[in-house]
Write a protein that binds this ligand. Sequence first.
Ligand SMILES: [Zn+2]
Length: 75
Amino acid sequence: MTAPRVVTVRRPCGSCGSVEVTQVPLPLPSGEQMDFVSCQECEANTWYRADGSVANRDAVLTEVTAADRRAWKRL
Ligand SMILES: [Zn+2]
């Protein structure tokens, strides 16, 4: 058992560049740790891969199983 990591990195909005965002760590079934970023300025959603690159939304959803999508609806 390891304690959850405290996320201190604030990724900017992928649409407008604002740092006024809500960042949620999001592990994929593949084991990759992504960050879901919801902008409070323009309400855009951005997915960041572990390496910091922006992920395509459709590509992310393809990697999420039907079971996991139930959990995603809380976002
Ligand atoms: Zn924005």
